[in-house]
Design a protein around this ligand. Structure first.
Ligand code: GLN
Length: 485
C-alpha cells in the first residue's frame, strides 16, 4: 500500500509507532501529485519545498517526544483560505500575486496541530459555483472520471483527497461547496454549524453563510480535522463561544444507532432527481434502519424557497464583500488614469463572468427601490427555513437526504447555463440559510459515479451527524473504493 493512500488516522498511527516518517509520507504525496496532477488539476499552487521542510520539522519534533493531533500530516488548503506567505487567489485574477501577511484562524490552528501544507487547491472564483469550472485558472477534473466535474466550489480540495494528492483538505461551504464536491468525488465533506469554525481569514463570499469545513477520506478523519479547527475566536465576532467536544471520542460512543430517530424530509426527494441517486439513498436509509435507527417521515415545507432566497442573500452579501477589490489594496491593478477608471478597469479585467453576474444581481437586490421586495423577503424566508429545521428537530435527532439530485456531470454540461448550475445546490443551501450542520458521506454509485448521503444535524449537532455517519461507514465499504487513475 502506498503511503499517500492512508487515511489521516492510519498515518497518525504509523507515525506514532515510528513505522514511517512525515518526510516519507509527504514525499509519497508529492510523488503522487507528480504522477496525476496533470490529469486532475486539483491545485492552483504547490509548495513542495515548504511541505518537505514542514515535514522535517514535524519529524524533529516527534524525535524529541512531541505528539500533536496532526503532526506531520500533509493537507491541501482551498485557495479561499488565507495562508501566511503563500499566494492566495480565491481562483480569481483579481488576487493574482497576492501573498497574505497573516494566517486564517483555521490555518493557524492546523499549524498548532502540526499539519504540513502541500498546496492551495482550485475552486470556483470566490467560491461561486458548483463545478470548479469558474476558476480563472483551469478546471479541475473528477478523479473517478476525468470527463466529469469534481463538483464545486471546493472541487480542488475534494479531487485532491479523492486522487491521493493530500491526506485531507479544507474547503469552504456557503451553499454546499464542501458537501457537493465531496459527494461527486466519493469522499467525506463536513459543513459545520455557522460559527463553529472561525471565518477569520476565509475570503468572504456570503458572510452570514460561509463556513470552513474538512474534506477527508473517512468520517474519523473529518472528526480529527474538526477537532483541530473548531472553537471560539475573538477575531470573528460571529464565532460561537461553545465548548468543543472531542469529536473523535464522540463518534465512537453509543450502541450502534439504537434509539436514533432519523428524519426523512419528503421535500428532499424531488421529482427531478436522478432515479439512481434516489435508489442509492433509499438503500442507505434502509441500512441505517438495520443498524437500529428509526426512520421518521418529516416535512421541511419551505424548502422550495431555499434556492431563490439563497441567491438573493448570497449575491447581496457578495456584492458588498467584493467591493474591496479595487486595485488599491491587493492583487491586480489596471491603471485607468484617474481613481474611478482605475477601479472600474481593475474590476473589469480582474473578475470573471460569474462573479460579475453575482455582483450585479446583489447590487440590484440591495438597491433602494428593490431592497424590500427582494432582500427583506429573502431574510423572512430565511427565518421560515430556520423554523422548519427547528420543528423537525423536535421530532428527530438527525435527517438524511441526497446531497444533490444528480451525480457528477460532464465538463461543459452546465457552464453556460447559470440557472441549471444553481439548481445543483437545491438540497444543500437551506442548511447554510438556517445555520445548521451537515455532512456528505459516500453511500454507493449511480451510473458509475459516487452518490453522497447528506446527514443533517441541528445547530452544534456535529457529534450526532458524525456518529451516525461513522456507524454507517463502519458497516459499509463505499469509502474504501479509491479512484483508479
Ligand atoms: N454553488 C453555490 C454557489 O454557487 C454554493 C457555493 C458555495 O458554497 N461556496 O453559490
Amino acid at each position: 500500500m502506498e503511503l499517500y493512500s492512508l487515511t489521516i488516522h492510519e498515518a497518525q498511527e504509523k507515525l506514532r509507532q515510528g513505522e514511517i516518517s512525515s518526510v516519507e509520507l509527504t514525499e509519497s504525496v508529492l510523488e503522487r501529485i507528480d504522477a496525476v496532477e496533470a490529469k486532475v488539476g486539483a491545485y492552483i499552487s504547490l509548495q513542495p519545498e515548504l511541505a518537505v521542510r514542514m515535514a522535517e520539522m514535524a519529524d524533529e519534533r516527534r524525535a524529541v517526544g512531541e505528539d500533536r493531533p496532526l503532526l506531520g500530516i500533509p493537507l491541501g488548503i482551498k485557495d479561499t483560505i488565507i495562508t501566511h506567505g503563500v499566494p492566495t487567489t480565491a481562483a480569481s485574477k483579481i488576487l493574482d500575486g497576492f501573498v497574505p501577511p497573516f494566517d486564517a484562524t483555521a490555518i493557524d490552528r492546523l499549524r498548532q496541530a502540526g499539519a504540513v501544507f502541500v498546496g492551495k487547491t482550485n475552486c470556483d472564483e470566490f467560491a461561486m459555483g458548483s463545478s470548479t469550472e469558474y476558476s480563472a485558472f483551469h478546471p479541475t477534473r473528477n478523479p473517478r472520471n476525468l470527463n466529469c466535474v469534481p463538483g464545486g466550489s471546493s472541487g480542488g480540495s475534494a479531487a485532491a483527497v479523492g486522487a491521493g494528492e493530500a491526506l485531507g483538505s479544507l474547503g469552504s461551504d456557503t451553499g454546499g461547496s464542501v458537501r457537493l464536491p465531496a459527494s461527486f468525488c466519493g469522499v467525506v465533506g463536513l459543513k459545520p454549524t455557522y460559527g463553529r469554525v472561525s471565518r477569520y481569514g476565509l475570503i468572504a463570499f456570503g458572510s452570514s453563510l460561509d463556513q470552513v469545513g474538512p474534506i477527508t477520506k473517512d468520517v474519523e478523519d473529518a472528526a480529527i480535522l474538526l477537532n483541530a479547527i473548531a472553537g471560539h475566536d475573538a477575531r470573528d465576532s460571529t464565532s460561537l463561544n461553545a465548548p468543543v467536544p472531542n469529536y473523535v471520542d464522540e463518534i465512537k460512543q453509543g450502541d450502534g444507532l439504537k434509539g436514533i430517530k432519523v428524519g426523512i424530509p419528503q421535500e428532499y426527494f424531488t421529482e427531478g432527481m436522478e432515479p439512481g441517486v434516489a435508489q442509492t439513498v433509499r438503500a442507505a436509509i434502509d441500512h441505517l434502519a438495520d443498524l437500529g435507527a428509526e426512520p421518521v417521515e418529516v416535512s421541511l415545507p419551505n424548502t422550495g424557497y431555499g434556492i431563490p432566497a439563497y441567491y438573493i442573500v448570497a449575491t447581496a452579501e457578495a456584492s458588498a464583500n467584493l467591493s474591496r477589490y479595487d486595485g488599491v489594496r491587493f492583487g491586480l491593478r489596471q491603471d485607468g488614469g484617474d481613481m474611478w477608471n482605475t477601479f472600474s478597469q481593475t474590476r473589469e479585467a480582474g473578475f470573471g463572468p460569474e462573479v460579475k453576474r453575482r455582483i450585479m444581481l446583489g447590487t440590484y437586490a440591495l438597491s433602494a427601490g428593490y431592497y424590500d421586495a427582494y432582500y427583506l423577503q429573502a431574510q423572512k424566508v430565511r427565518t421560515l427555513l430556520r423554523q422548519d429545521f427547528e420543528r423537525a428537530f423536535e421530532k428527530v435527532d438527525v435527517m438524511v437526504s441526497p446531497v444533490a439530485p444528480m451525480v457528477a456531470f460532464e465538463i461543459n454540461a452546465k457552464v453556460d447555463d447559470p440557472l441549471q448550475m444553481y439548481l445543483t445546490d437545491v438540497l444543500t443551501v437551506s442548511l447554510n440559510l438556517a445555520g445548521v450542520c451537515g455532512i456528505s458521506i459516500p453511500c454507493g454509485f449511480s451510473e458509475g459515479m459516487p452518490v453522497g448521503l447528506q446527514i443533517i444535524g441541528p445547530a452544534l449537532g456535529e457529534s450526532a451527524i458524525l456518529r451516525t455517519a461513522y456507524q454507517y461507514e463502519q458497516t459499509t465499504d463505499w469509502h474504501k473504493q479509491p479512484a483508479e487513475l
